[in-house]
Design a protein around this ligand. Structure first.
Ligand code: 7PM
Length: 295
């Protein structure tokens, strides 16, 4: 591990996936596109997990066909601002979907949860990456799990708690504050037994941030490279596009695409998006301009 880490060129990263795969990130390859898969009850159907799972799996297959490099599966998408989805409910939602996707394709799957019991069952079902919006603060079991399974972990910045975070977020210097927080969480994760090489960082767009903060973080995104870890960016369809454009969620693709292009040009390793096809085109064009390897 040490030898290989040292043999990597500056800014290059290799995440080791449970099961033996390797995910290459960094200036040598294009920004990867992670498709968002929310697994939530379908209010238009009679309910029942079979229907929900079928719909979610079909959407996963569509995103894979559109070129998704990874999928992020979450069963908690009513947050922020509302009640937490209990772990048992998250497990019931995501497990069958992850198992079905893992059976059909080799696209790496991340599990979007802050709860270790959900993450553990997701890993058992075939997920390989942990995406924790609490940066391992919610559940002490998460760090233990990541360390024990050797799974890569995304550490995201959030100011405050989901329910109240948008009330009055304040920063001295948002880029510096977010960098300092992420640096602290990386060191905390390493102290908890997680390999530094397995950690990704994410500034957490929209999580305890006003428009001015989101824009400052985009403007200063490349400062996060000082953390020495791959950067993930999630701006897809977020409220900043309502504020800049007056766009409803379904009308935020071009706004999202602009931030995806910007993030890719600043060297973000992964963009987390709803609209996979358009965003794959965007990152491919940015890679072509930069002369990066384009697969
Ligand atoms: C309601 C509000 C539902 C907000 C879902 C959301 C990120 C994430 C989310 C992100 C990482 C959304 C968010 N956002 N994980 N999970 N980074 N790493 O808009 O920006 O998708 S949930």
């Amino acid at each position: 591990m040490q030898a290989r880490a040292e043999s990597l060129a500056a800014g290059e990263h290799e995440l080791r996936l449970p099961g033996g795969g390797v995910l290459r990130l960094g200036p040598g390859c294009r920004t990867l596109v992670m498709g968002i898969l929310n697994v939530t009850p379908d209010s238009f159907s009679d309910g029942g997990m079979f229907l929900d799972s079928g719909r979610a799996v079909a959407h996963a297959e569509k995103m894979i066909a559109e070129g998704a490099d990874l999928l992020d599966v979450g069963g908690e998408s009513t947050r922020p601002g509302s009640d937490d989805v209990p772990p048992e409910e998250q497990i019931a939602r995501v497990m069958p979907v992850i198992a079905a996707i893992a059976k059909r394709s080799h696209v790496p799957i991340s599990i979007d949860t802050t709860r270790a019991e959900v993450a553990e069952r997701a890993l058992d079902a075939g997920a390989q990456i942990l995406n924790d919006i609490s940066a391992l603060r919610d559940d002490p079991g998460m760090a233990q799990l990541a360390a024990a399974r050797g799974a890569p972990v995304v550490l995201m910045h959030m100011l405050g708690r989901p329910r109240t975070m948008q009330e009055h977020p304040e920063y001295a210097d948002v880029v510096q504050d977010v960098c300092r927080f992420l640096a602290e969480r990386v060191e905390w994760a390493v102290a908890a037994g997680i390999a530094r090489e397995q950690v990704l960082v994410d500034p957490g767009f929209g999580f305890g941030k006003k428009l001015e903060h989101n824009l400052a973080l985009l403007r200063g995104l490349s400062a996060l490279h000082a953390l020495g870890r791959p950067i993930m960016v999630g701006t897809s369809r977020k409220a900043m596009f309502a504020q800049i454009l007056g766009a409803r969620p379904g009308e935020r693709l071009m706004g999202t695409a602009a931030t995806v292009a910007w993030a890719a040009a600043q060297g973000a390793s992964i963009v987390r998006v709803h609209d996979v096809k358009g965003c794959v085109d965007v990152v491919k064009v940015i890679a072509a301009i930069q002369g990066r390897h384009n697969r």
